[in-house]
Design a protein around this ligand. Structure first.
Ligand SMILES: NC(=O)c1ccc[n+]([C@@H]2O[C@H](COP(=O)([O-])OP(=O)(O)OC[C@H]3O[C@@H](n4cnc5c(N)ncnc54)[C@H](OP(=O)(O)O)[C@@H]3O)[C@@H](O)[C@H]2O)c1
Length: 191
């Protein structure tokens, strides 16, 4: 069975975006970029591949799942299908007019459970916080790009999910000169 991996940038105080949904405060440049642009290049949008002059490796993820609010910034800049090299699944409770490459789901938990039983590469949970909170019971691995900045407030890693402690095992930590720390955790049984 393949893994659902929540790979996401986060502040030291656990926010994935500022209160308005922006993420300018996260570090783009620095030595941690070798991981972002190399190891995790499947999780870059097509316009980033084009700008970098690279092809998506298609070795880590074959699917991305995101909440509607995470797709919106791409739509706002005229990008209807940001990750065409991946199967793109978007959670929404309403009818939405989307690019034919986007698969909508109003039951992301059931959709993820079905996809996890299929053969293939891992599933990338892109975010945002609300969707991650709903999918928390199905998250197998967390890969947190923890940035050396405190937001004070913003969009939390798991939205407003209820208090239900769920243990993860720390499997790897990498510290970079940039101050970014990439922390990896596995759900019990997946370590
Ligand atoms: N730091 C990072 O690496 C990173 C990564 C991804 C996203 N982000 C940021 O996160 C922010 C968005 O996070 P967010 O928490 O506001 O929103 P989100 O989780 O991206 O989207 C929320 C929307 O998704 C749909 N949704 C969520 N859970 C659902 C469920 N259980 N069933 C059906 N539909 C569901 C609903 O859409 P409808 O309203 O259409 O029903 C809901 O309003 C953005 O600002 C984005 O930039 C940051």
């Amino acid at each position: 069975m393949r893994n659902l991996v929540y790979y996401v940038a986060v502040s030291v105080d656990g926010y994935i975006a500022d209160p308005t949904g922006g993420f300018d405060a996260f570090l783009v440049e620095g030595d941690h970029a070798s991981v972002v642009f190399g190891e995790y290049a499947d999780a870059l949008p097509a316009h980033a591949h084009a700008a970098l002059g690279i092809e998506p490796p298609k070795t880590r993820f074959d699917t991305v799942i995101m909440g509607w609010n995470t797709l919106t910034p791409a739509l706002d800049i005229g990008v209807a299908s940001p990750y065409p090299h991946l199967r793109q699944v978007v959670a929404s409770r309403r009818p939405r007019d989307v690019d034919p490459a986007i698969v909508l789901t109003d039951d992301p938990l059931a959709t993820v459970r079905t996809m996890k039983r299929e053969d293939g590469l891992d599933l990338w949970l892109c975010g945002g916080g609300e969707l991650a909170g709903a999918l928390l019971p199905e998250i197998d691995r967390l890969v947190l790009k923890r940035n050396p900045v405190a937001f004070g407030s913003g969009i939390p890693l798991f939205g407003s999910a209820p208090y239900e402690p769920r243990a993860f095992a720390l499997t790897r930590t990498r510290s970079f000169e940039s101050g970014v720390v990439i922390e990896e955790y596995a759900s019990p049984g997946r370590a």
